[in-house]
Write a protein that binds this ligand. Structure first.
Ligand code: GLA
Length: 390
């Protein structure tokens, strides 16, 4: 009797231990994107014009330009790499554009010490009308894991009456079941307020708006839509105001600098979207500014808040680790050739008296005085880091 009781007890303990073990086991996707993901994505510049040669060239340029050293990591192919499903319903890459196959391309990207990302869609088709993932989530996830995919952007076209939260939870479960840690980029354009549920379903970033384009008005409109969302961002789960247009279209240098500064203030994912092998040195200098990148990648993971606006000038601040703070003063005024008379009110930022700061674009130390007059050109920014705010 005694032995029986002991056996029962041991069995119960073993069952309990296995339950606890299963519950304690971190999912394969735990600890992904503890800082906002950095990399490059094909869509903004190249649209559907993707191929293995082009992607390899981008990966090479990411290394040669110094972007890899500055922290850029993911090389992501957006829409149009896929053409059909085969008889077994496996997703098939365009054989003309990707003759060596996706696995070989992922291997190449990995051989450079970079990570590889791909795109699909929660609906029946992608936004460009290629086969979507609906009904094939687990099969696709196994395929992606076998190819060595590290990042999946999952779009929201052709989703009919699907429930967004359930659809993204489903693809996250499929990716986890496939056993490879894969960053999940939720791309439903903010339609169902993904900031409210994106982290809960294991999304690492979620688009907050419709698509960006390389025009200041669009960049600025998207920026305005981020104010108020700062409470939802943090290590592992980020608001995504869309990929960078730095170096694209007709954005002026001031606009490129302001766009990059504000995305860094927002702790936004930094996915460059320009032609890396052919970028101008000035564009490279913006994309690789270590001080600005450090704001974005700060381990505290706080997104900036807009503290106050005066006319067309906006003052944003971002708490940083170690008690430091970043301040961005943006002149959103349209006349880019005029300067704007503006006085920065440090008290409104909770700062007392003058502060020692570093101007992150000139690299010089500056003293911020209490009601400091600032001359900022239209569509440009004054960006500083105060290491020891008083
Ligand atoms: C949507 C997304 C874009 C891009 C395209 C591809 O518009 O929001 O970022 O992925 O689809 O077709």
């Amino acid at each position: 009797m005694k032995t029986m009781t002991r056996h029962c007890l041991l069995l119960a303990l073993a069952v309990l231990a296995s339950i606890l073990d299963a519950e304690d086991k971190p999912s394969v996707s735990a600890n992904l994107a503890l800082t906002p993901p950095m990399g490059w994505n094909s869509w903004n510049k190249f649209g559907c014009n993707v191929s293995e040669e082009m992607i390899k060239g981008m990966a090479d340029a990411m290394v040669k330009s110094g972007m890899k050293d500055a922290g850029y990591q993911y090389v992501v192919i957006d829409d149009c790499w896929q053409v059909e499903r085969d008889k077994a319903a496996n997703i098939v890459a365009d054989p003309k554009r990707f003759p060596s196959g996706i696995k070989a391309l992922a291997d190449y990207v990995h051989s450079l010490g970079l990570k590889f990302g791909i795109y699909s869609d929660a609906g029946s088709q992608t936004c460009a009308g290629r086969p979507g993932g609906l009904g094939h989530e687990y099969q696709d996830a196994i395929q992606y894991a076998a190819w060595g995919v590290d990042y999946l952007k999952y779009d929201w076209c052709h989703t009919s009456t699907q429930d967004a939260k359930a659809a993204y939870a489903n693809i996250r479960s499929a990716l986890d079941a496939a056993g490879r840690p894969i960053v999940l980029s939720i791309c439903e354009w903010g339609s169902h307020q993904p900031w409210l549920w994106g982290a809960e379903v294991g999304g690492n970033l979620w688009r907050t708006t419709g698509d960006i384009s390389p025009h200041w008005d669009r960049v600025y409109t998207i920026l305005e839509q981020q104010a108020g969302l700062e409470g939802y961002a943090g290590p592992g789960h980020w608001n995504d105001p869309d990929m960078l247009e730095v170096g694209n279209g007709k954005l002026s240098m001031d606009e490129n600098r302001a766009h990059f500064s504000m995305w860094a203030m927002l702790a936004s994912p930094l996915l460059a979207g320009n032609d890396l092998p052919n970028m101008k040195p000035e564009i490279k200098a913006i994309l690789t500014n270590r001080d600005v990148i450090a704001l974005d990648q700060d381990s505290l993971g706080k997104q900036a808040s807009r503290i106050y606006s005066e006319g067309e000038v906006e003052v944003w601040s971002k708490p940083l680790s170690g008690g430091a703070v970043a301040i961005a003063v943006l002149n959103a005024g349209d006349n880019r050739y005029s300067t704007h008379p503006f006085h920065l009110d440090l008290a409104k930022l909770g700062l007392h008296g003058s502060q020692q700061a570093k101007d992150l674009w000139t690299g010089k130390d500056v003293e911020l005085t209490e009601n400091m007059p600032l001359q900022i050109a239209g569509h440009d920014v004054f960006l500083v880091r105060v290491a020891q705010p008083k």
